[in-house]
Design a protein around this ligand. Structure first.
Ligand code: ACO
Length: 430
């Protein structure tokens, strides 16, 4: 982070102005460092939704929304998605470099060593209703991990942070699969150390005591790709939630639970579930125009799910990769004529030619196709966001750990523009 000149801010009070440093990262826009603004001027900045605010510095993920670029630790997502598996990407996000063969083996073994849940935690599931949304269960169970791993943990110790990260990455598939098994009344399937991360998750989802489950390699590869594409996305809403919760020094398992809660919303990770529900509701190509008109209507709050992104204003590189995977999976499974996939392609085509979507730079995001892929893999719609949470956990823990080890880190405490009542007295006659 280098200083690159100063910006002069005219305060409008009789020509008074102040100088603020301009900082440059290694790529991306420069930032005006406003940390001294309040001390120098008594003013705050106003930026609801952080449209122009860099909340932190980070070395993990880089996005260029205009060019459709996504890099994890400098590597393009396209190369990682085609040349690496998910645990290699986890190692990269956490440690900054791709693992050697030995490091990969040791990392995979470390994850396998933490994939089981404490039996007391397994009993926790029975406290939930069977029809509870898996994300509600995930928020509860992941938060409850803090009750199991708190006393001996010192978050200022890098090795303790790494252990928490490994536990979270290892246990999330078990927690998510158990949420599913509980919802359908089947016995829990415990993790198996002979299998890869994605194979293991699929087995925990679909094996039953009476029948073994042999994962199809195309399906395993597709799931791995979904996990890689969702692993991190710099300072998105759920990651910022984890950072803000963690900035008080809170227990990391509780912080990740906060991230899961944020991810659940339909404007964020809930979009893939909402997108599939939308395609099912549209039902037929003949009804696309009706839904496009609704999405364009200023008086209707309806939006096309899986379209638009705060950062990508040209294309989402993850959506291109997901569309490719969608073709592969549907071909492998003989579902080329899947009506929902055809509907999705046609809706995308029509929207991309529509002036409203063009002028507002609304393109399909990663979740537009990930729902169709997951449905083809046999994953029920209600589990889509839980799988997103499983993938994003590595991003959350990497960002949390980076924040804690940053000497500039302070508790997150935004300020406000107060617009409420001015000072007044409680009426004496009430
Ligand atoms: N359908 C129709 N219109 C839309 C859509 C959409 N999907 N998305 C944005 N717009 C319109 C808005 O109505 C707004 O119009 P206006 O300028 O006339 O008011 C304009 O485009 C800008 O929208 P904002 O909500 O201000 O954009 P923002 O960057 O804040 O929101 C978001 C981005 C939340 C992703 C939004 O595009 C959206 O709600 N999309 C649908 C949900 C979705 O797919 N979310 C997944 C995000 S990706 C992820 O989490 C992995």
């Amino acid at each position: 982070m280098a200083q690159k000149g100063t910006a002069t801010l005219n305060l409008g009070k009789g020509g008074e102005s102040i100088e603020l440093p301009i900082l440059s990262g290694t790529m991306g826009p420069d930032v005006v460092d406003i940390r001294t603004l309040h001390a120098k001027s008594g003013m705050f900045t106003y930026d609801p939704g952080y449209l122009s605010t860099a909340s932190s510095r980070s070395e993990i993920t880089f996005i260029n929304g205009a060019k459709g670029v996504l890099l994890y630790r400098g590597y393009p997502i396209e190369q990682l998605a085609s040349q690496c598996d998910f645990t290699e990407v986890c190692f990269l996000l956490m440690n900054g470099e791709l693992p050697s063969v030995d490091q990969k083996l040791a990392f995979d073994n470390a994850i396998k060593g933490h994939s089981m849940l404490h039996e007391q935690l397994v009993k926790f599931y029975t406290g939930f209703r069977r029809d509870a949304h898996p994300m509600a269960v995930m928020v509860g169970v992941v938060g409850a991990l803090s009750a199991f791993y708190h006393e001996a943990m010192d978050i200022s110790d890098a090795s303790h942070r790494e252990l928490s990260a490994l536990r979270l990455i290892a246990k999330l598939p078990t927690i998510a699969a158990m949420a599913y098994k509980y919802s359908i009344g089947q016995p829990f399937v415990y993790p198996c150390n002979d299998l890869s991360y994605s194979e293991n998750f699929l087995r925990m989802m679909f094996a039953v005591p009476t029948e073994e489950y042999t994962p199809n390699p195309v399906i395993v590869r597709a799931l791995d790709r979904i996990l890689i594409l969702h692993a991190d996305h710099e300072q998105n809403a759920s990651t910022s939630t984890v950072r803000l919760a963690g900035s008080s020094g809170a227990n990391p398992f509780a912080c990740i639970s906060a991230g899961i809660a944020c991810l659940w919303g339909p404007a964020h990770g809930g979009a893939n579930e909402a997108c599939l529900n939308m395609l099912e509701e549209i039902g037929d190509v003949s009804r696309i125009d009706e839904y496009i008109e609704r999405a364009k209507d200023k008086d209707d709050s309806y939006r096309l799910m899986g379209f638009g992104h705060r950062v990508y204003k040209n294309f989402d590189p993850r959506a291109n990769l997901m569309r490719e995977t969608c073709h592969e999976v549907l071909n492998e499974l003989g579902l080329q004529n899947d009506p929902l996939f055809k509907l999705a392609l046609e809706l995308e085509r029509i929207a991309l030619e529509d002036e409203y979507f063009i002028s507002k730079k609304l393109y399909p995001n990663v979740d537009y196709y990930s729902g169709i892929v997951q449905r083809a893999l046999g994953i029920p719609t209600i589990m889509f966001t839980a799988i997103f949470a499983m993938a994003r956990t590595v991003g959350w823990v990497a960002q949390w750990s980076e924040m804690i080890s940053d000497p500039e880190y302070r508790i997150g405490r935004p300020r406000q523009l107060y617009t409420g009542a001015t000072l007044r007295d409680v009426p004496s006659d009430r």
